[in-house]
Write a protein that binds this ligand. Sequence first.
Ligand SMILES: [Zn+2]
Ligand SMILES: [Zn+2]
Length: 239
Amino acid sequence: MNGKTTDPTYNGGGLKRFAVDLLYPNRCPFCDGFIPYDRACCTECFDSVLWADELICPVCGKSTRSGCICPVPYRRCFTAFYYEGKGKYGIKSLKYRSHPDCAQLYGRVLRDRMDIAGATEGIDAAVPVPMAPKSLRERGYDQAELIARGIIKGSDIELLTHALRRLDPEREQHTLSAAERRQEAERQYSAGSDIDKVRGKVILLVDDVLTTGATLTACTNVLLKNGARQVICAAAATV
Ligand SMILES: [Zn+2]
Ligand SMILES: [Zn+2]
């Protein structure tokens, strides 16, 4: 077996990556331990992350333990791992520890799952769930966009970063009830400057974490209302 193409922990080598590693030694997103410059995570973590399994509803993407939320307006949702333990740490690495590289790994795992299910071929364009403008200014990168780039790498799928737009939140998400979250999500997401490009297309909507499903539902509704033929979702982690 050629480890370089089949080992999901391989992030690609190259002189640039090697040189960056001299200044900023590469770390595993799941445990923060040092790892070789061409690796996406350490093998111990890869073996112990709670990868998404058969307890996840193949349609809504939520675990049956936390509660399926079907029916949903999107056709199905792919997820990579559970948002708990190392998976939770992995998402925090992506969002708060300035560790954008791990999005490639999450994207690769999602792509594998989509390929196995035969879902990749029919997709025309990928739309990342946009970040609130204030958060984007603070973080400097959009984690959903990086995951989307990881998924579509090497494919013909077009990336549409301005199909949707998002307003800054008026209230803290975690203080809201499920119904209030839905309302807040509907207020926050609307059509962006590239919305015309979704017409007639099968769209892959990409987010970092699937929690209540309010975000994916609100974004899917905007895409469908504006002529998208179908929406398939992918989220790195699921609750
Ligand atoms: Zn690790
Ligand atoms: Zn479901």
